[in-house]
Design a protein around this ligand. Sequence first.
Ligand code: BDR
Ligand code: CA
Length: 361
Amino acid sequence: MKISGGAVALVLCALWCSRGIVPAARAQAAERVIIDTDPGTDDALAMLLALRSPELRVEALTVVAGNVTASVGVENALKIVSLAGRCDVPVAEGAQRPLHAKLNIEPFWNGPGGLGGAELPASNCKADPRFGPDVIIELVHKYPHEITIIGVGPETNLALAILKDPTIVPLVKRVILMAGSISGGNVNGAAEFNVYCDPDAADLVFRAGWPITMVGLDVTEITLISSAQVDEIERGGSAEAKFAAAVARFQVGLYQGTGFGGGAIHDALAVGAAIDPSFLKLRAMHIDVETEGRIARGETVANRLGTVDHVVDKGDHLETVGVDEVKPNAQVAVGIDSERFLKLFIARLSGSGAGATGSKP
Ligand code: BDR
Ligand code: CA
């Protein structure tokens, strides 16, 4: 029997499109991303979202110590790429501890093994022997102006990459960070966990001069997944969907009784920002990281006005005589279309479709 090209395309699309996979022609246009991560519950969800999104091409996962130790993080990342059938994605271990601070892992917030107690089979994939920051450096030079770095852990690996090879800075397309907050912390009143873990690294990363999108608690704590939405993911029925649902259910449980009304999936929003920046409302600001404060170490301090007072020392007193301009160093997410993002997140993780962005012509 002779089958026409059109018929073949129809059959392939029926297979691919129903699984949320797009044909090669579209995949070629995908954005190259490196995900720097400390997996970690919401990191796991972020990784799966990226691996299941045709808009992105995951060039590597570089692992940093944070939610869990770097070696546990690598094991978790390897299990996740294996689950997704993506042993082709390099998983490289990076920094085992912050630049100067003492490592602070978070079993309380991530459950046993770091994945909310969700069980995964042993991985079929092997770790890349290279050091995570070296992988970042190599990929940025291999694909100048094409790489988006999505940082969803403490910024240690990114800082080490800059310190070792500052020439990467102008060659990176953009850096999307799940980091910080301009409205209070989650570790304490001031600091968000990733920045709190390694404020010195975050300070370097914010001062580097590359284009940063900061996806902080200001938007991640108002984008909450509900139990009903977790059930929807689980009904997808695949091993990935069941795993994602188990992790997301852990997150919902964590936030029960806190007044939040759902589970935060912080890191997934940084991946969402790479898939479709229009989920976010951004505002250019200058962000300074407090590296020393008595009660605010790790705070991301936002200058919303773009100026600082120009103060002159007059001997026995100081005088403000004007203002000096401060240039923005980040696009800070100050608003989000949570409903549209969650729709995409659920569609991609359940495998029920491409979600809103993917269904655009
Ligand atoms: C961030 O800290 C970690 O606990 C999460 O994985 C996320 O990256 C939220 O503050
Ligand atoms: Ca994380």
